[in-house]
Write a protein that binds this ligand. Structure first.
Ligand SMILES: C[S@@+](CC[C@H](N)C(=O)[O-])C[C@H]1O[C@@H](n2cnc3c(N)ncnc32)[C@H](O)[C@@H]1O
Length: 320
């Protein structure tokens, strides 16, 4: 892995870019010599609220968790100086490192020049086109974009199979709660297992941020990619979130009919007393999968899934 220190020119550029960086952005880096912050850079980072990850153990844990097969397509969203890009590339995966900061881009291009499995993309994470084929993500994302990026990564039409993200601790806790707090988070959690793997202490970053971070592990649940299954799921969630105090079985019956509800409730052990608002999102996903696969009589007119839950936001997906 070529691991170059930034040339003086790029450090100056980095310092200029740091001045224009949003206060909420957070850059991370491991302790390896290629990405260790120089004192002046660390000071600049401190001034602008950029917190550099100094835990090589955390980097290693993220890469191991991703369990990449050679040739897998993996995105590093907000690649910074390439802290995660480099170990990702070492797995043999095809890595797309996306960054918008000109100084980091320069550094990434220098660092991965001639490395055929790394593509550095200058782009804004909020609009950059995402792959049309299956892909993974391993990234320490900007806190401020957490919800925006989940919206882009987890819509109905996504081809995301897995993600290992560093996010703010509080965000990870909210998003990994078994019962989605609103329809949108339930829509994500019904189709993806969202798991808080471990706390990443604030002390793992330099300078130390005010809050801890977390490793959020996201895995697609099988059998929920078909549009019909998703329409059943959306119908279930719509009815459930409209009446969270209603018996969950009544919600089922409204969408899949009485016979279907009876059969499915029995197969997932859903008792009479459970109310819709207590059903974990993953169970709604299971119900949708069973309803789509079985002979249940599904309501003939399922509601349309709104575009905001189906598409990965601005910019249509392109082949990477
Ligand atoms: C928390 S840092 C992570 C840096 C790097 N991945 C690491 O772990 O060392 C977030 C990175 O996202 C970049 N970033 C922030 N907002 C962005 C956006 N809208 N589009 C692209 N990159 C962005 C920042 O420049 C920064 O490099």
């Amino acid at each position: 892995m070529p691991a170059r220190r930034p040339a003086g020119r790029s450090r100056a550029a980095a310092s200029r870019a740091a001045k224009s960086r949003a206060p909420s952005s957070r850059a991370t880096t491991s302790r390896d010599s290629s990405s260790r912050a120089t004192p002046s850079r660390a000071a600049a980072s401190n001034r602008h609220g950029i917190h550099l990850l100094r835990s090589s153990g955390t980097v290693r844990a993220l890469i191991e968790s991703a369990d990449l097969v050679p040739d897998a397509l993996v995105l590093d969203l907000g690649a910074g100086p390439g802290t995660l890009t480099a170990p990702l590339a070492s797995t043999g995966a095809r890595v797309i490192a996306i960054e918008r900061d000109p100084a980091f881009l320069l550094r990434l291009r220098e660092r991965f020049d001639g490395q055929p499995n790394v593509r550095v993309v200058a782009g804004d994470l909020t609009v950059v086109p995402l792959p049309r084929g299956p892909f993974q993500v391993v990234a320490s994302i900007p806190y401020a974009l957490s919800t925006t990026l989940l919206r882009r990564l987890l819509p109905g039409r996504t081809r995301l199979s897995a993600a290992d993200l560093v996010v703010e601790w509080g965000f990870a806790r909210r998003i990994s709660a078994p019962v989605g707090r609103d329809l949108e988070t339930a829509w994500w959690a019904a189709r993806f297992d969202l798991r808080l793997v471990r706390r990443i202490p604030a002390a793992s970053f330099r300078p130390r941020p005010a809050v801890d971070s977390a490793h959020l592990r996201i895995r697609a649940r099988p059998g929920l990619g078909e549009r019909r299954t998703q329409r059943i799921l959306y119908a279930l969630l719509t009815v459930a979130y409209r009446g969270p105090g209603r018996p969950a079985r009544a919600v089922l019956a409204e969408v899949v009919g009485k016979a279907g509800a009876h059969r499915i409730a029995a197969s997932i052990d859903l008792d009479q007393a459970t109310v819709a608002g207590d059903v974990a999102a993953g169970r709604w996903g299971e119900v949708a999968r069973l309803a789509a696969a079985g002979p249940a009589v599904v309501a003939p007119r399922l509601p349309r899934i709104p575009a905001r839950l189906l598409d990965p936001g601005p910019g249509s997906p392109r082949r990477a």
